[in-house]
Design a protein around this ligand. Structure first.
Ligand code: MN3
Length: 254
């Protein structure tokens, strides 16, 4: 094999690796997730992994939301991005132990409880942890594909129907400049509304209760959708667990 041939072979093998990764090869992503978890388990100092905060499990396999959300994205999003919030929170809890004894909701509803010097990192990391735990739980590979009962009636009354709600929420998601989230919420004055929040701010910061939420940070979709955030949002609706959304709505309206 001459130099030109070996370069061609190298390029072809790199292309195959990249293509299988971008296609969301489930076994590959799963193996990579396990490898990353092991690496992280070994690499983190004890002080970072020990503490009151734990990474919540997804409740389904990393490839379960294919083809709408790919296995590689789910793996990295859960084991790296969400894990980073957990690691940071455990470090913050060493400096301010109350962080681990109050509920995240109680803290996020009133950040003035947090010592001023820690308020920004608590807002970002506790917000990130809360948002992602909510997000994983709201998605499912199966289940109802449409809202039912009281939530359906409220959506019909507030927006005119599910199609109009999804248009409005998708517009909030694509309109969010930079990184953030789009939400269906019950507002302080008990109205169903669509909002968007920046960074990792949860709706609780403005006194609203989340019913549906979708991550529109680039890390949530870029491997599969690249810059096509609108396509990701459109596909994402296929993953919504409407039973969970109905339970959030019921609790928020009570
Ligand atoms: Mn995220």
């Amino acid at each position: 094999m001459n130099r030109r041939e070996s370069l061609q072979l190298l390029a072809a093998s790199a292309a195959v690796t990249t293509a299988s990764a971008l296609a969301g090869n489930a076994a590959f992503a799963q193996a990579m997730g396990q490898q990353m978890s092991q690496q992280m388990g070994q690499a983190q100092p004890a002080a970072s992994t020990a503490g009151p905060f734990k990474l919540p499990p997804l409740g389904y396999a990393y490839d379960a939301l294919e083809p709408h959300v790919d296995a590689m994205t789910m793996t990295i999003h859960h084991t790296r991005h969400h894990q980073a919030f957990i690691t940071n929170l455990n470090q913050l809890a060493e400096k301010w132990p109350e962080l681990g004894t109050m509920t995240p909701e109680a803290i996020l509803a009133d950040l003035s409880k947090v010592p001023e010097a820690m308020r920004a990192p608590v807002r970002n990391n506790l917000g990130g942890h809360w948002n992602h735990a909510f997000f994983w739980d709201l998605m499912t590979p199966g289940g109802a594909k449409e809202p039912g009962g009281d939530l359906k009636a409220a959506i019909d009354q507030s927006f005119g129907g599910l199609a109009q709600l999804s248009d409005k929420l998708n517009a909030a998601g694509t309109g969010r400049f930079g990184s953030g989230w789009a939400w269906l919420v019950v507002t302080k004055d008990r109205k169903l509304d669509v909002i968007s929040t920046a960074n990792q701010d949860p709706p609780l910061l403005e006194g609203a209760q989340a019913v549906i939420g979708v991550d529109v940070w680039e890390h949530a979709y870029y491997l599969k959708y690249q810059n096509r955030r609108a396509d990701y949002l459109k596909a994402w609706w296929n993953t919504v667990n409407w039973d969970k959304a109905a339970a959030h709505f019921k609790r928020a309206s009570a």
